[in-house]
Design a protein around this ligand. Structure first.
Ligand code: SAH
Length: 326
């Protein structure tokens, strides 16, 4: 069988998320500190207020994993803004039946969908952490005599002649260089941008990748916590690629785009260290020290603070969202 890379990656990740506990292989921001989800809950609450406090409001998360982010967000929302807690309707976008069951335990009352496009109409606040990096990518390779596109056959890459990739236009690309595109992500953002501009709301994506499009092969795979060959049999490794934030921003259409902004700066502006400090005061010393260390891991530039970035899409009439001011 010869499969285009994006078809292989879609199949590999569907099998992986359906059968494995992904969190045995990698740790994500909400699993590192409860403050991450709490701050995103407060971000959603501020957006709801600046939208004029619509009731009902669709609060959605894409790719909720273990449900930790949303559980932390809802706890913070209930404590600080009960009116928002009463107005929100919780919707989750998740394809893995296994993870849906885990999420159901932690997030009673949620409604599930397979795709963001399936969310019901109306004012929306959408959150997503490390969702876009799991979406399938295409890879074009510049060759002396034209372009090829990477396919997968029997566990090995196979290049087949192809048209130039949509995003390489007009730029000189050296022989052997790889151009990645993620049609699933750009289509999703285009639909979401149109929807937010028409029906109101905001979406916040946190993920890792460069702020500006650049050539390069960023496909990576993790199995049992270690990097491995991405072409191992589908279901045995988690496949991800860098998110091209410039491509997303250009796809957003009529929605206003804020960022991308480095995660460390974004979280610091939302009060990561103040909230962490207050919480640490209530904990025994060893747990307090661990909580402070986890905040540093999320924010320090040489750890998760710079490669990870936040980008927001908003209805054009909304003010600049928290975290994107400076
Ligand atoms: N946001 C969580 C989990 C990240 S892992 C966290 O930060 O911990 C990626 C999540 O996206 C998983 O829940 C996975 O099942 C889901 N997912 C991956 N591809 C998807 C797709 N195409 N559609 C819907 N959900 C998807």
């Amino acid at each position: 069988m010869i499969e285009r890379l994006d078809a292989f990656m879609a199949r590999a990740n569907a099998a992986y998320y359906a059968t494995r506990d992904p969190f045995a292989d990698f740790t994500t921001a909400p699993e590192i500190s409860q403050v991450f989800g709490e701050l995103l809950g407060l971000w959603a609450a501020v957006m709801w207020q600046s939208m004029g406090a619509p009731d009902p409001l669709i609060l959605a998360e894409a790719g909720p994993g273990r449900g930790t982010l949303m559980a932390d967000a809802l706890r913070a929302i209930r404590r600080t803004m009960p009116a928002f807690a009463a107005a929100l309707r919780l919707h989750l976008v998740e394809t893995s039946p296994r993870l849906r069951a885990v999420q159901a335990d932690r997030l009673p009352g949620a409604i599930w969908h397979d795709r963001i496009d399936d969310l019901p109409a109306g004012p929306l606040v959408l959150l997503a952490n490390e969702f876009l990096d799991a979406l399938p990518i295409r890879q074009h390779v510049r060759r002396d005599n034209g372009w090829t596109e990477r396919h997968v056959a029997d566990g090995a890459f196979l290049e087949q002649p192809a048209d130039a990739p949509s995003r390489a236009a007009g730029r000189p690309i050296a022989e052997g260089e790889v151009i990645e595109t993620c049609p699933a992500a750009t289509e999703l953002v285009a639909n979401l941008g149109a929807r937010l501009a028409a029906q109101g709301g905001a979406a916040l994506f946190l993920d890792y990748g460069p702020a500006r499009s650049a050539p390069g092969d960023s496909l990576q795979a993790l199995a049992a916590g270690r990097p491995c060959d991405p072409l191992v049999p589908p279901g045995t490794a988690d496949l991800t690629a860098h998110v091209d934030f410039q491509a997303l921003a250009e796809a957003a259409g009529p929605a206003a785009v804020h960022g991308p902004r480095a995660q460390g700066l974004f979280l610091a502006e939302l009060g990561l260290f103040q909230r962490t400090g207050r919480l640490a005061e209530t904990l025994p010393p060893a747990r307090a020290a661990a909580l402070i260390a986890s905040a540093q891991r999320l924010a320090e530039p040489d750890r998760m603070g710079r490669l990870f970035k936040a980008i927001a899409l908003c209805h054009p009439d909304l003010p600049t969202p928290p975290g994107f001011a400076a």
